[in-house]
Ligand binder design. Structure first.
Ligand SMILES: *[C@@H]1O[C@H](CO)[C@@H](O)[C@H](O)[C@H]1NC(C)=O
Ligand SMILES: *[C@@H]1O[C@H](CO)[C@@H](O)[C@H](O)[C@H]1NC(C)=O
Length: 521
């Protein structure tokens, strides 16, 4: 559980930083459904529960988009996906694109089988469905075509000439080459296995001649794996051909000693790796144009080199590019230069107004367990007399777990449209329970307060119900559509019981809460 939460918090951060890269679980929908009439015959196959398995089994390579009709990102993808399908239909080997409406009740089992958590989710199915990979490529037609053509070809490209080598290996991205005496045997097979597994994230090649490669010892003893990267030492050799070891090596060698967080898009792939890593993350935020920048940078490199391989990764971030991160961590500009460490389980440590010479000692204090964690919280509200009670990070434990009451808690974001639509309903529900001493209806601004580990907040609004007896339930799949003050559609399910998702039009504003109290308690 812990790891998935870390990933979530990292994903949230990545989301704030690059909103175009990830689609939130509950995407903001456009108000009017741009009903793209499918008059033209489509190159994208439409699949559903009845023919999904048969179709996937028939194709050596098929991409499936799981979408929902109300999802804005899906609507933007649709014309690009269609265009790509038309181009790819002529590819050799054929690349087939398909889609499944995961919002349809009959397809929900399919969506949960393939762990569809947000829309759109795209998966690549190889060998009739034997191998399934997340699609992590571009979202516009030309990019999709180029990415999938490469994905449909061999996992590792043979390098036979200097020309092959210079076409494949450039100084902008990571490229991995296996150098073998011959292309057979256990070591080679393991290498290809890893290439198959990681091919959607990295580029692989193999050769029998180290002298064709742009860097590294041409007389190296074979076999060896050489990873080229556009940062730090520029290449690394690795000689352990155990599948797990090789995979681990590739993952860790692909993260820079100090990741750079600025507006340069070529750094983004490495930042995503940084944020997705399970290691602790030490981040120094500073004005890159300030006079002390070089002193900070070289100190941080020194410290990072020292802790290499010790489960802590380092980043230097430009104040100018960091508004999203500042909001996420609740940081203020007058705290810069600052260093913050975020751990695997979400725990954070902060040192504002740090000087270059303090960095090493502070990180050592952290490693030695001598620092007190930092928690982002709004001030505890005075009065708090409205029907819907305000909860902040510093009162969360007390209200939700310490009150001995039934608590319906909404995590919201001030900018979230669905939350605004939910607000009057929640108000009304709270008013109707005002005389009931056993019930608390509460809300917390999850952008201004740290959400503790018991809760999994991936999108807004997220609702939890904590019963007086202490049972905590996550109300998932909350979708409020075309809401006005008096009616709408609500879908609710409890996490882990998605098969019981209910979708219904409600007229009575209390229904939402009754559902929580009666069905789940
Ligand atoms: C799968 O079944 C659906 C519903 O019957 C149909 O609309 C669709 O065309 C079928 N797809 C294929 C590839 O047979
Ligand atoms: C960063 O420093 C430069 C040079 O001192 C200054 O002009 C700029 O306003 C600063 N940027 C921020 C975001 O404070």
């Amino acid at each position: 559980m812990a790891t998935s939460r870390v990933w979530i918090s990292a994903a949230c951060l990545a989301l704030l930083v690059f909103p175009f890269l990830l689609s939130p679980a509950l995407a903001e929908e456009e108000d009017e459904a741009a009903a793209a009439a499918e008059a033209e015959p489509s190159f994208v196959l439409t699949l559903d529960h009845s023919n999904f398995s048969d179709t996937v089994a028939k194709h050596p390579f098929i991409v499936v988009e799981f979408y929902a009709p109300w999802c804005g990102h899906c609507k933007r993808l649709a014309p690009e996906y269609e265009k790509a399908a038309s181009v790819l239909s002529k590819n050799d080997p054929p690349v087939v694109l398909a889609k499944v409406d995961a919002n349809e009740d009959v397809n929900k089992e399919l969506a949960s089988k393939y762990e569809v958590k947000g829309f759109p989710t795209l998966k690549i199915f190889r060998n009739g469905g034997d191998i399934i990979q997340e699609y992590k490529g571009p979202r516009e037609a030309d990019g999709i075509v180029e990415f999938l053509k490469k994905q449909a070809g061999p996992a590792s490209a043979v390098i036979k000439s200097l020309e092959d080598s210079s076409n494949l290996i450039d100084d902008k991205k990571i490229f991995i080459v296996g150098i073998f005496q011959e292309f057979s045997g256990e070591e080679f097979e393991n290498y290809i296995k890893v290439a198959e597994k990681l091919r959607s994230e990295y580029d692989f090649g193999h050769t029998s001649e180290a002298k064709l490669l742009p860097r590294g010892d041409p007389t190296v003893k074979l076999p060896v794996v050489r990873l080229f990267k556009p940062f730090d030492e520029l290449f690394v050799d690795f000689k352990d051909f155990d599948v797990d070891a090789l995979e681990k090596f590739i993952e860790s060698a692909s993260i820079p000693v100090v990741a750079t967080f600025d507006k340069d898009p070529s750094n983004h792939p490495f930042l995503i790796k940084f944020f997705n890593s399970p290691n602790s993350k030490a981040m120094l935020f500073i004005n890159f144009s300030g006079e002390n920048f070089d002193a900070f940078k070289s100190k941080l490199y020194e410290v990072a080199e020292n802790y290499k391989g010790k489960n802590i990764n380092f980043l230097i971030g430009d104040l100018d590019a960091s508004q999203g991160a500042f909001q996420y961590f609740g940081l203020k500009e007058d705290q810069v230069p600052l260093i913050i460490i975020q751990e695997n389980d979400g725990k954070k440590y902060l040192q504002p107004n740090v000087s270059p010479d303090q960095i090493a000692t502070w990180v050592k204090d952290y490693i030695d367990g001598n620092l007190k964690p930092y928690r982002k919280s709004e001030p505890i509200p005075e009065g708090n007399n409205d029907p819907v009670k305000i909860v902040v990070a510093d009162t969360l434990q007390e209200v939700v777990f310490g009150s001995g009451k039934n608590v319906l808690l909404e995590f919201y974001a001030p900018w979230c449209g669905h939350c605004k639509k939910l607000a009057p309903i929640l108000d009304e529900v709270a008013i109707s329970f005002e005389n009931n001493a056993d019930v608390i209806i509460a809300k917390m601004d999850a952008t201004a307060n740290d959400v503790s580990n018991e809760f999994d907040v991936q999108g807004y609004p997220t609702l939890y119900f904590s019963s007086a007896s202490g049972k905590l339930s996550h109300l998932t799949h909350l979708i409020l559509q075309k809401m006005n003050f008096n009616h709408g559609v609500i879908m609710l399910a409890v996490e882990g019981e998605e098969d019981k998702t209910v979708s219904w039009s409600y007229k009575d504003k209390q229904e939402l809460c009754y559902y929580a109290l009666i069905q789940i308690a």
